[in-house]
Write a protein that binds this ligand. Structure first.
Ligand SMILES: Cc1ncc(COP(=O)(O)O)c(C=O)c1O
Length: 397
């Protein structure tokens, strides 16, 4: 069997998240699912809002004629209109339905955006640590990922981004709230980023795009107000989904929104719609488009994730782990007490705790805990985290 060399290489460097998830399945087989604490995959444990299930039942009982047919590649007008209204209210910008394209989740959205904007060899700058799939999405479209470091506290380092910009740069991709760190990029850094990009456009005589992955946008804590990225730079493209905020990751529903202030927006949107069609997505799932349209202001109970964050964060701190308190998403990204994150993750595994080594996100020496799990899983895992901390000499309080 001969498969593509590129894919063969990608398979050989298999995803750490998947690897840990699969090892976890084996542990569960051996010890029973209740005795394994699986923090490997960012798979929301909360159920979608009851109103969504009710609307689903109504649609099944009273189907709309033609509701399973093909539609425009950008999606249903009524859904895009609902999203545009929401975006206009949120940002104060004049969004209309033509600036929104429905996609197969945020993953589908990122692929169509990169297909629309990248030529072979173009670079996309990504602050690290980062969601590893970005590399594949960019490479799928002939581009190259260029990683830049964030600050010690994982905040944006605009100077590092600026140093990385060159003639081949086409876009900057930021993800906030961030997977794997949970960090929310603040207004000051976004303002600096926007100013730097405008300056670079003038210097290079070209237009750089800011692509914002906002899959966790509504999952923020401590009363944090998420900055509106559109307001800091006109060439901004938001990619997001309802995988996390409505707990629908298996349903594959998301969208891309191009800023009304973006230069050449019409051509860009046509390119995104073309990519949606020709990458084979054709359009986002029909049923889901109808269901999410009226739910633009709804979300699962964010407070439940916040309580889980508090439970786990406070416990880990008290055992002496070095960890930044995340303001969003559902991940913690503590420092491993030894340099070798893989060995440390194996140590946790010996206590039936499944996490992912930081090198799976471009940051060896750390590990990721995805805490979108039942509270009792967190509670039962704590003695294991404590024992391992003690073994490695962490000083608890
Ligand atoms: C940062 C980030 N972007 C995109 C995605 C993909 O989201 P979706 O399920 O909407 O495709 C994920 C999924 O975990 C993610 O963590």
């Amino acid at each position: 069997m001969v498969i593509s060399r590129k894919v063969k290489n990608a398979l050989e460097g298999a995803s750490w998240v998947r690897r840990m998830f699969e090892e976890g399945e084996e542990l569960k087989r051996l010890h029973g699912a209740g005795n394994v604490f699986d923090f490997s995959l960012g798979n929301p444990n909360l159920e979608p809002p009851p109103s969504l299930k009710k609307a689903l039942k109504t649609l099944a009982d009273e189907p709309i004629i033609g509701m399973h047919r093909y539609m425009p590649n950008s999606g249903y007008s009524e859904t895009r209109k609902a999203i545009a209204e929401y975006l206009a209210e949120e940002s104060g910008l004049l969004f209309n339905e033509n600036q929104v394209v429905m996609t197969v989740g945020a993953a589908g959205g990122l692929n169509v955006v990169f297909k629309a904007i990248l030529d072979d060899g173009d670079e996309v700058i990504v602050p690290s640590p980062y969601f590893m799939e970005f590399k594949f999405y960019i490479e799928n479209c002939g581009g190259q990922i260029r990683l830049v470091e964030t600050n010690e506290d994982f905040s944006l380092n605009v100077m590092e981004i600026e140093k990385a910009v060159n003639n081949r740069t086409k876009a900057i991709l930021i993800n906030s709230p961030n997977n794997p760190t949970g960090v929310v990029y603040d207004q000051t850094s976004l303002k600096k980023l926007g100013e730097m990009l405008k300056r670079k456009n003038r210097e290079l005589g070209k237009t750089l795009y800011l692509v914002t992955d906002e899959a966790y946008r509504r999952i923020v804590y401590d009363g944090v107000k998420m900055p509106i990225h559109f307001l800091y730079y006109p060439q901004t493209i938001r990619v997001t989904s309802h995988s996390k905020d409505l707990s629908l990751p298996g349903e594959r529903i998301g969208y891309v929104a191009v800023s009304p202030l973006c230069e050449g927006a019409d051509e860009l949107i046509s390119a995104i719609i073309f990519a949606n069609r020709t990458l084979g997505f054709v359009n986002a799932p029909a049923l889901m488009q109808r269901l999410v349209a009226p739910l633009q202001k709804n979300s699962i109970k964010i407070r439940e994730y916040e309580e889980k964050r508090d439970l786990l964060y406070n416990a880990l701190k008290s055992y002496g782990y070095h960890v930044i308190k995340p303001q969003g998403a559902f991940y913690l990204f503590p420092k491993a007490p030894i340099e070798d994150d893989v060995t440390f993750v194996k140590e946790l595994q010996s206590k039936h705790i499944l996490t992912v080594p930081g090198r799976g996100f471009g940051k060896p020496g750390y590990f990721r805990i995805a805490y979108a799990v039942e509270a009792k899983t967190i509670e039962k895992s704590l003695p294991g985290f404590k024992e391992v901390a003690e073994k490695y000499g962490l000083k608890g309080r």
